[in-house]
Each structure stands twice: as structure tokens, then as C-alpha cells.
Write a protein that binds this ligand. Structure first.
Ligand SMILES: *[C@@H]1O[C@H](CO)[C@@H](O)[C@H](O)[C@H]1NC(C)=O
Ligand SMILES: *[C@@H]1O[C@H](CO)[C@@H](O)[C@H](O)[C@H]1NC(C)=O
Ligand SMILES: *[C@@H]1O[C@H](CO)[C@@H](O)[C@H](O)[C@H]1NC(C)=O
Ligand SMILES: *[C@@H]1O[C@H](CO)[C@@H](O)[C@H](O)[C@H]1NC(C)=O
Ligand SMILES: *[C@@H]1O[C@H](CO)[C@@H](O)[C@H](O)[C@H]1NC(C)=O
Length: 231
């Protein structure tokens, strides 16, 4: 215990007291457990269209510094972890030589500001799934650290929203179509009724015409009377 303190104590504490030491050791315990942290960002998933090119983000942070940090990316293929790439970063800011085991993968992070992101070119549906960004820092007794990123490959972006939009659009469109159809039908019916009425009148006219031939004047009177009423 005491050996670990020697380096830390003079920085933070003037005169050590027992209670403070206890709290500090607890804090130090937590702190050392989180010495290396892998992060895939605030949004640990991405939805992308097949055929597009994506970046799988990952950065590491270590408050005790790194030396020969081992890292890799793994793809969870039905429970089997398949290594995508791996390398050892000698020290901070050094660009590592990365071994890549998968097609269409580039190491784009270049360890610039602890960035170990990779790029996936021309993604296929088989590329969709869980990717683990893994790191191990020999400086902290080879503890394992990782962060998981999900890649979702879709045929078209926002499929769910689209169906909803289509549903709404078709519902509204359908309602409008129905209304228009109804109005058209109504107008058509009125038109046909008017036509029929006209026909009937014609029929009346012809019949009255027939009547005319029989009754002479009476038929012409019946024909002229209804027209002024309707107009
Ligand atoms: C995505 O997949 C669909 C169906 O497999 C295919 O028709 C389409 O061409 C693909 N798109 C791209 C950009 O590869
Ligand atoms: C994963 O497992 C399922 C069911 O066991 C199988 O249908 C599918 O083809 C497998 N996918 C891959 C990529 O092996
Ligand atoms: C991605 O696809 C484009 C167009 O099909 C092709 O020109 C390019 O070489 C592909 N890139 C990789 C890394 O496969
Ligand atoms: C890491 O590098 C990639 C590729 O250059 C970039 O898209 C991403 O924004 C970087 N991430 C951070 C946290 O700097
Ligand atoms: C860390 O991960 C390696 C595999 O990469 C495993 O062999 C080892 O047991 C793990 N160590 C701990 C402490 O979990």
C-alpha cells in the first residue's frame, strides 16, 4: 500500500491523516480501475445504407499514460469474435502499424488524439452487427477494456418513418380521392339526372308532339308552360 502512495502523496496532500488516506485510497482504487477507457462516443450505434462507407469511432483515454497499448477491433459474427484489426501503440501520439484482417477496412484514426477509429468501405448487409473496440494497457496490469458499437445496415434510411409517411399520405390522399370521387359521382349523378330529365322532357316533348298531332293546340301549351317555371 504505502509504496503506491509515495508518488501521489506529495502532489495532493500536505500532512496525511488516516481518514483522508482511507478515502483517497478508495478513490485511487476506483481511479486506477478506470485508468484506461475505451469510448465509441455518445451514440454507440449507426444506421447506414448498404453500399455506403462508414466510420466506426473509438478513442481511448488513460490518466496514467500508455505504453505499448494493445488494441483491436472485433466483429461479433454470430457469437464468434472475429478480429478486424489489431496493433500496439508504443506511446501516445505514435502512429502504429495496424494489421488488418478484413476486407474494405482502413485504420483512419491514425492514433491522432487517441483516435483509433476504423473506416468500413462499401458496406454490405453482412457487415451489420456488433463491433468491439478493445484495449489493454500493460501499465495497468493488462486489464481488459472495451466499448461496443453497433452498425445497422439498411436498404433505405428511415424505413419506419417512410412507411408511416406513406401511410399518412395514402390515408390523406385516399380521403381526398374519396371526397373527389364522391363529388365527381355526385356531379355525374346530377348530370345524368339532368340528362335524364332532359330526355324525359324530350320524351314529353316527343310524346306531346305525338299528342300535338292528335290534339293540335293542347300539346304546344303543355310544352311551353314548364320551361319558364324552371328558369
Ligand atoms: C442495397 O441492397 C439492395 C437489395 O439487396 C440492392 O438492390 C441495392 O442495389 C443495394 N444498394 C447499394 C447501394 O448497393
Ligand atoms: C447466424 O446464425 C443464424 C441462426 O443460427 C443463421 O441463420 C445465420 O446464417 C448466421 N449468420 C452468419 C453470418 O453466420
Ligand atoms: C467501393 O466501391 C466503389 C464503387 O463500386 C469502388 O470504386 C471502390 O474501389 C470500392 N472500395 C473498396 C475499398 O472496396
Ligand atoms: C477520429 O477519426 C475519424 C476519422 O478521421 C473522424 O471521423 C472522427 O471524428 C475522429 N474522432 C474523434 C473523437 O476525434
Ligand atoms: C483479457 O482478454 C484476453 C483475450 O483478449 C483474455 O485472454 C484475458 O483472460 C482477459 N483478461 C482479463 C483480466 O479479463
Amino acid at each position: 500500500m504505502e509504496v503506491q502512495w509515495i508518488g501521489v502523496q506529495p502532489l495532493r496532500l500536505g500532512t496525511p491523516n488516516v481518514a483522508f488516506n482511507l478515502i483517497f485510497s478508495l478513490l485511487f482504487g476506483v481511479w486506477s480501475a478506470q485508468a484506461l477507457e475505451m469510448s465509441v462516443g455518445k451514440i454507440p450505434f449507426l444506421e447506414a445504407v448498404n453500399g455506403s462507407t462508414v466510420v466506426l469511432p473509438c478513442t481511448y483515454a488513460s490518466c496514467i499514460g500508455i505504453k505499448n497499448l494493445y488494441f483491436n477491433w472485433q466483429f461479433n459474427d454470430n457469437g464468434t469474435m472475429i478480429k478486424v484489426c489489431e496493433s500496439v501503440i508504443a506511446s501516445e501520439g505514435v502512429k502504429p502499424d495496424v494489421s488488418i484482417y478484413r476486407e474494405r477496412v482502413d485504420f483512419v484514426g491514425k492514433n491522432h488524439e487517441n483516435n483509433i477509429s476504423i473506416m468500413l468501405w462499401n458496406i454490405t448487409f453482412e457487415d451489420g452487427g456488433q463491433y468491439t473496440c478493445f484495449g489493454r494497457n500493460p501499465k495497468e496490469k493488462d486489464k481488459n477494456h472495451s466499448a461496443i458499437f453497433h452498425l445497422i445496415v439498411v436498404d433505405e434510411l428511415r424505413v419506419v418513418d417512410n412507411t408511416l409517411t406513406i401511410m399518412i399520405a395514402s390515408a390523406v390522399g385516399g380521403a381526398i380521392a374519396l371526397l373527389m370521387g364522391f363529388m365527381l359521382l355526385k356531379n355525374l349523378t346530377l348530370f345524368i339526372l339532368a340528362k335524364l330529365e332532359e330526355k324525359n322532357k324530350e320524351c314529353l316533348v316527343t310524346s306531346s308532339g305525338i299528342d300535338n298531332t292528335e290534339n293540335g293546340l293542347s300539346g304546344s301549351k303543355a310544352d311551353s308552360k314548364p320551361t319558364p317555371k324552371k328558369k
